[in-house]
Ligand binder design. Structure first.
Ligand code: GDP
Length: 203
């Protein structure tokens, strides 16, 4: 898919303020500093469409960017910085939870994880929550340029092994580097294919 147009549309502080024009949302979420703004900017071909933030977790807004006048890329607030709790599941900010559970036009939620890190409890519990609620999602491993090819393969294998303790199969995933423009076509083509499937399904 070629991104010929990307426009910031609005910031919403609640799901009922989000755009209501029936275009599909492709949303991006992850722990703060995972590289979400950089990834969105890479996908949209823009240097600073989404702010690359120096103050983690400050913004609690849902940001909609309209791509090719066709679908939205949605920048969700980061999770996992505010507090550590024994029941993390209950702790995802209200705004995230209500967006995920109530946004009917959300086609896919991309969960970003840093490819260098061991599987993190908060990410695993978050994906468990998505699974329990039947939310379509895919994993995006970020900052792949920070690892050698061998380290990256080991890290992905470690993640897969951990996921398979709870999941029947490894969810759809992508490996990206915003610094080296890796994974851009794969993510955009996936978005394109999901859009086509949804159109074909006539929903
Ligand atoms: P956010 O808080 O999740 O939106 O993360 P940012 O996009 O603001 O990135 C956090 C930090 O990681 C910044 O210093 C970025 O320059 C850096 N970063 C993000 N993506 C990459 C990447 O693909 N490779 C490298 N080497 N650094 C990255």
């Amino acid at each position: 898919m070629i991104v010929s147009k990307s426009d910031f549309v609005k910031s919403s502080s609640a799901v009922d303020q989000c755009p209501t024009d029936n275009r599909w949302d492709f949303a991006f979420i992850g722990r703060s500093n995972v590289g979400k703004s950089s990834l969105i900017n890479m996908l949209c071909n823009r240097i600073a469409l989404a702010k690359v933030s120096a103050t983690p977790g400050k913004t609690q807004l849902i940001n909609h960017f309209l791509i090719n006048d066709k679908f939205y890329i949605v920048d969700l607030p980061g999770y996992g910085y505010a507090k550590v709790s024994k029941s993390v599941k209950e702790d995802f900010q209200k705004i995230i939870k209500s967006y995920i559970l109530e946004r009917e036009s959300m086609a896919c939620l991309f969960v970003l994880v840093d490819s260098r890190h061991e599987p993190q409890k908060i990410d695993l519990e978050f994906m468990q929550f998505l699974g329990e609620n039947g939310i379509p999602f895919a994993i995006i491993f970020t900052k792949a340029d920070k690892l050698t090819e061998k380290q990256l393969a080991e890290s992905l294998e470690r993640y897969r092994t951990r996921m398979l303790e709870e999941w029947e199969e490894m969810p759809q995933y992508f490996v990206t580097s915003s610094a080296h423009s890796v994974g851009r076509d794969e993510v955009l083509n996936y978005i394109d294919s999901v859009c086509k499937d949804l159109e074909d399904a006539n929903v």
